[in-house]
Design a binder for this molecule. Structure first.
Ligand SMILES: Cc1ncc(COP(=O)(O)O)c(C=O)c1O
Length: 450
């Protein structure tokens, strides 16, 4: 190839016009490519299309941009970090930022959750936590504790560990036999008992007792850990029934089973606290996080572990690696810089408290949609809302999909849909006026798909 041809090829590669090559994740690709929902810019509460049309961000991107978009402080922290230290290996070497960040996150986490393992996504965080759980029992002389317990409708990302303990059928059924030795608790949703409950539903704490059944079946001595999302997010927003998480903790304690909270969505203010663990007064043995840690700006995830778990590994000869696990990009300098700047914003602007203060206003706003056509349930918790729409006959998911399309193209709002549920989780900086705008736009969307 001549250099002129090479340049042409390079230019072609940069051309935004060819939509064919990118296979989009978790996307109806053929439908998307017929009418792309394209975004080129973001600021504050809004995304902007290539034509400059503003789209209100009703979903904090993908539940991540809690501080609002393109915050100057975060942008400049990333720019400075990139110019200073592009990459640093985290295997056998260190750089200052992850130490500072880990201390910061440990101080946000409750109890003795005080050591942080970094990775690059929520999926990696889930798999890391499961591996630490099994390895912990190995190094503690109880290597027979290998079973993992997840929950129906749970979402823990897309790694083999995460889909094995997860309970969303389409994320599992195409991918073979998954991990062995996994059981699932029942999910906590029952429309007949819970429809239109604000916050934590009254009904359902007893569903945690199913863990006793699983213990009876396998014996506690074979069970390593239970993993749940404090509020199931991706399946369509299922707030925990009152008392459920506390009951799960009690049963785990009774049988010496580790409890992992997957806080990839609930972490960093979404429920009005640094972590849902704090909201519910329940201290899990590990907390996974990602997304909000740096407001979605650079891929990052991690696991916060209790002191006893970390310390169990810290033995043997000094020169020997204690945990054979990690990722090339663990604690990447750009991700850490972004996270430190984000955590500053959360603290200075008191965004977690802000979400807590807005919770009732937000719930009122969501419940004002109750009488619109096809609305069969609404659930709210913290700054999260879900609206279930009646499915079209023989076309499960079609109504909410159309809502997403109409919302983006015609009405100017971004939302997240799963099945016929619309999930809303705006950046925590949303103003009262913007909540009004969101409700107004959602009203138009729901009417448009009636
Ligand atoms: C609870 C939970 N865990 C894990 C994940 C996976 O995160 P990621 O997509 O960053 O791998 C998600 C993503 O939505 C999540 O909600």
């Amino acid at each position: 190839m001549s250099s002129a041809q090479g340049l042409q090829a390079a230019n072609d590669r940069q051309s935004p016009n060819d939509l064919e090559s990118w296979w989009l994740p978790f996307t109806a690709n053929r439908s998307f490519k017929q009418r792309p929902r394209m975004i080129t810019r973001a600021k504050g509460m809004y995304y902007y299309t290539p034509e400059g049309r503003a789209v209100l961000d009703g979903s904090a991107g993908l539940w991540c941009c809690n501080a609002g978009h393109n915050r100057d402080e975060i942008v400049s922290a990333i720019q400075t970090a990139a110019a200073e230290l592009d990459f640093a290996p985290a295997f056998q070497y260190g750089h200052p930022k992850p130490f500072a960040l880990a201390s910061r996150l440990a101080s946000l986490a409750p109890g003795d959750l005080d050591h942080v393992f970094f990775c690059n996504s929520g999926s990696e965080a889930a798999d890391t936590a499961l591996k630490i759980a099994i390895a912990y029992w190995n190094v503690s002389g109880q290597g027979q504790r290998q079973r993992l317990i997840g929950r129906e409708r749970g979402y823990h990302g897309v790694g083999f560990g995460g889909i094995s303990v997860g309970g969303i059928v389409n994320n599992r059924k195409f991918f073979g036999s998954l991990l062995a030795g996994v059981d699932h608790l029942p999910h906590t949703y029952n429309r007949a008992e819970q429809a239109f409950s604000r916050g934590e539903p009254e009904w359902g704490a007893h569903l945690a007792d199913d863990l006793e059944r699983i213990v009876t079946l396998h014996d506690a001595s074979t069970i390593a850990a239970v993993v749940v999302e404090p509020m199931a997010g991706s399946t369509g927003v299922l707030p925990p029934p009152k008392g459920y998480l506390q009951r799960l903790r009690q049963i785990c304690d009774r049988h010496g089973i580790l409890l992992i909270f997957d806080e990839v969505i609930t972490g960093f203010g979404r429920l009005g606290f640094a972590f849902a663990a704090e909201r519910y007064g329940v201290i899990p043995d590990m907390i996974t996080f990602a997304k909000g840690v740096n407001s979605g700006t650079v891929p990052m995830g991690g696991v916060i572990v209790r002191k006893g778990i970390h310390d169990a590994f810290m033995k043997g000869p000094d020169h020997v690696i204690e945990l054979f696990h990690g990722y090339t990009y663990s604690a990447h300098p750009l991700a850490c810089a972004a996270a430190l700047a984000t955590q500053d914003i959360y603290r200075e602007e008191k965004l977690f408290e802000r979400a807590r203060d807005l919770e009732e206003t937000w719930a009122d706003a969501m419940f004002s949609l109750k009488s619109l056509p096809n609305v069969v349930d609404i659930r709210t918790l913290g700054l999260v809302g879900a609206i279930d729409l009646a499915s079209k006959p023989d076309a499960f998911g079609a109504r909410a999909y159309e809502a997403m399309e109409r919302g983006f193209h015609d009405i100017g709002i971004m939302m997240r849909v799963t099945g016929d549920t619309i999930a809303l989780s705006p950046p925590l900086v949303i103003s009262h006026d913007e909540i009004g705008e969101l409700v107004d736009k959602m009203t138009r969307v729901i009417k448009a798909v009636a």
